[in-house]
Design a protein around this ligand. Structure first.
Ligand code: PEP
Length: 250
């Protein structure tokens, strides 16, 4: 039985002053303990998240990291730094990083391997553009990303990875993939994992949907067989919406 996992991606939002206020509100929420919940904050807010969420069941994590442990990599944060502060997750391969910061699958693969080596749970994002969807190339695109990004990962480690299927045309646009399309792509991703690692392992991997998930569509999405959670941008920035998302079962 896979545990549902709802994670907020704050993106480049919330100054430390604002983050402090939101984290205080989140720390007071009455959240369903059957659901794994987390927030991935900007790097500058991570220590606040560690402090303010310490007495709660809400995990925290980063939105990116470099794969090396230390050294002359100005501006980067490392897996050892995230491990040192007790971060649970690191989002890797988000479409915004692939597009604006030119991250390719080779780099993302190194980051996934490094995160696993440092006991961080990678939330590996994949997804197609609107053009690729319209040209019916979405499966091919996602298969290419998943196969390349998971290269060299052991059977033992694959179950620690969370995959987020995020069609790029649905991110921040208010357009959600239909729950059937989202389910079918998450099922397709599971079949890719099964091809690479075997069915037994594929059944253990949690696959989230991301793309304009809101309190008003989360129940339908989470009701689908292959959707084990959600990676949520905009709607995770308000405590009451985050509460409704995590408490989708209540
Ligand atoms: C995201 O940032 O990963 C995301 C899915 O954003 P939004 O929920 O705002 O579409």
């Amino acid at each position: 039985m896979r545990k549902s996992v709802i994670v907020g991606n704050w993106k480049m939002n919330k100054t430390p002053t604002e983050a402090s206020e939101l984290l205080d509100q989140i720390s007071k929420l009455d959240l369903d303990r059957e659901v794994e919940a987390g927030v991935c904050t900007p790097a500058i807010d991570l220590l606040l998240a560690k402090d303010k969420l310490s007495e709660t069941n809400v995990n925290f994590g980063a939105q990116n990291m470099y794969f090396e442990e230390s050294g002359a990599f100005t501006g980067e944060i490392s897996p050892t730094m995230l491990q040192d502060i007790g971060a649970s997750y690191v989002i890797l391969g988000h479409s915004e990083r692939r597009e604006y910061f030119h991250e390719d699958d080779e780099l993302i693969n190194k980051k996934v391997l490094s995160a696993l080596d440092h006991d961080l749970t990678p939330i590996l994002c994949c997804g197609e553009t609107l053009e690729e969807r319209e040209a019916e190339k979405h499966e091919e695109k996602v298969r290419g990303q998943i196969e390349a990004d998971l290269e060299g990962i052991s059977n033992e480690d694959i179950e620690k990875v969370i995959i987020a299927y995020e069609p790029i045309w649905a991110i921040g646009t208010g357009k959600t993939a239909s729950s059937d399309d989202a389910d079918s792509m998450c099922g397709y991703i599971r079949s890719i994992i099964a091809d690479k690692f075997g069915e037994e392992y594929a059944q253990k991997v949690r696959i989230q949907y991301g793309g304009s998930v809101k309190p008003n569509n989360v129940v339908e999405l989470m009701g689908k067989e292959n959707i084990d959670g959600a990676l949520v941008g905009g709607a995770s920035l308000k405590a009451e919406d985050f509460e409704s998302l995590v408490n989708y079962n209540k």
